[in-house]
Design a protein around this ligand. Structure first.
Ligand SMILES: [Zn+2]
Length: 395
């Protein structure tokens, strides 16, 4: 099989069209219709390419709708599989062109090209739902907001004072969390810092928010507050985990910048320590693909890096291969857990996230400005080609 010929078939125009087709809020409460329509879109596309489609459906108390992870399988009759995954939901305000329309577009393009390829190993594509948040928590937060008397009919905070102080609370909480404090301690310390400046109503609201997150820890955060779809999928497929050779999770692959200081790194990461290729670390230029790997995923990370260097791709990369397991990462570098690869890390299945590093680079992360206009489709195409080339090299 000619790898070069296959990667040439990755079509930038198709990537663009996929993103246009699914761009828009895809949130279980704010826009369940589009969330559902995109699940149907995945089924339609997988069937078009000749893949075997399976829907993994689950329900959540308090919700009438069903939640769906959509699988497309290239079935070669092998007892081994490679997975290519991406989540298709968004946060409530965001049209999610980059997060994660880009990952979905990439996954579909790889499926289309690979479906015609001569490979030995099964390849399973999964569009995960509910990566961003837990709908039950989202719903509860809305109820608390309404009860608090702090918001108007559209759930907008009525005073600048409230919005400002909740923002400060979030920043402080995040700081304590990356310093290694527990979720509970981070809440308490952050609240302690600003308590004197809060009104009675604000205090009550924040107390009830804290209670809502009472049982969330650094470790059960994945599956408890984020990555709900992939966690449910793993619950169901745990017994089969031995057959998964590796997972390639595409998580925001659309943004790059040639500007100095456009790149930041998660707390706890010394960028100099990790393998990179054509990255200007000193000037913090954000023009590379980032890779998140745990101690069990080093070899698939390296397989990906090798493909980035081939002449037809030539994609700068920075591979954050940390020699730690899930538990240790959740204590030390919690930001590395932020996508569906972490559900696999929990089960010691080799998995990497392939990413533009989200808000460590992308200014429109989780905002209503996450639109296709800002995306770099040439960069995205290279990432998709490198992912396809890696899957071919292992399949
Ligand atoms: Zn995402």
């Amino acid at each position: 099989m000619d790898k070069k010929k296959l990667i040439e078939q990755i079509d930038i125009e198709r990537l663009y069209q996929h993103i246009l087709n699914i761009e828009g809020v895809r949130h279980p409460i704010d826009n369940p219709d589009l969330l559902d329509a995109v699940a149907d879109y995945l089924i339609y596309e997988f069937e078009e390419y000749g893949l075997k489609v399976n829907e993994h459906i689950f329900e959540l108390d308090g919700f009438d709708q069903k939640f769906r992870n959509i699988e497309g399988l290239i079935d070669k009759g092998s007892d081994k599989e490679l997975l290519v995954t991406a989540h298709y939901d968004t946060v409530s305000v965001s049209p999610g062109a980059n997060d994660n329309g880009s990952g979905i577009a990439g996954m579909l393009e790889i499926a289309r090209v690979l479906a015609k390829a001569d490979i030995d190993t099964n390849v399973r594509f999964i569009g995960f739902t509910l990566e961003e948040s837990h709908p039950q928590q989202d719903k509860k937060i809305r109820e608390l907001m309404e009860e608090s008397g702090l918001v108007d009919d559209e759930l907008r905070f009525s005073t600048y004072h409230s919005i400002k102080h909740l923002e400060i609370l979030d920043v402080l909480r995040e700081e304590y969390l990356v310093q290694g404090k527990t979720v509970k301690e981070s809440w308490q310390l952050a609240i302690g810092n600003i308590a004197e400046q809060l009104t009675e109503k604000e205090k009550q609201y924040i107390d009830s928010l804290q209670k809502l997150y009472e049982n969330v820890t650094r470790t059960n955060w994945v599956g408890g507050s984020i990555c709900i779809g992939s966690s449910k999928w793993l619950e169901k497929n745990k017994h089969n985990k031995q057959k998964i050779l590796g997972v390639f999770n595409l998580e925001e692959i659309g943004y790059s910048s040639e500007k100095k200081y456009s790149q930041q790194y998660p707390a706890g990461i010394d960028p100099e320590r990790y393998p990179s290729y054509k990255v200007d670390i000193e000037n913090r230029v954000g023009n590379f693909v980032g890779i998140f790997a745990d101690k069990y995923s080093k070899s698939i990370a390296q397989a990906f890096c090798e493909q980035c260097k081939i002449k037809d791709i030539d994609l700068p990369f920075h591979s954050l291969e940390v020699p730690l397991n899930y538990e240790e990462i959740s204590q030390q570098i919690i930001d590395l857990l932020r996508s569906d690869h972490s559900s696999f890390w929990k089960e010691q299945v080799p998995a990497i996230s392939i990413t533009d590093t989200f808000e460590f680079r992308y200014p429109y992360y989780h905002t209503s400005a996450d639109i296709s206009d800002y995306l770099d489709f040439e960069f995205m195409t290279k990432i998709v080609k490198a992912t396809l080339a890696t899957v071919i090299s292992l399949a």
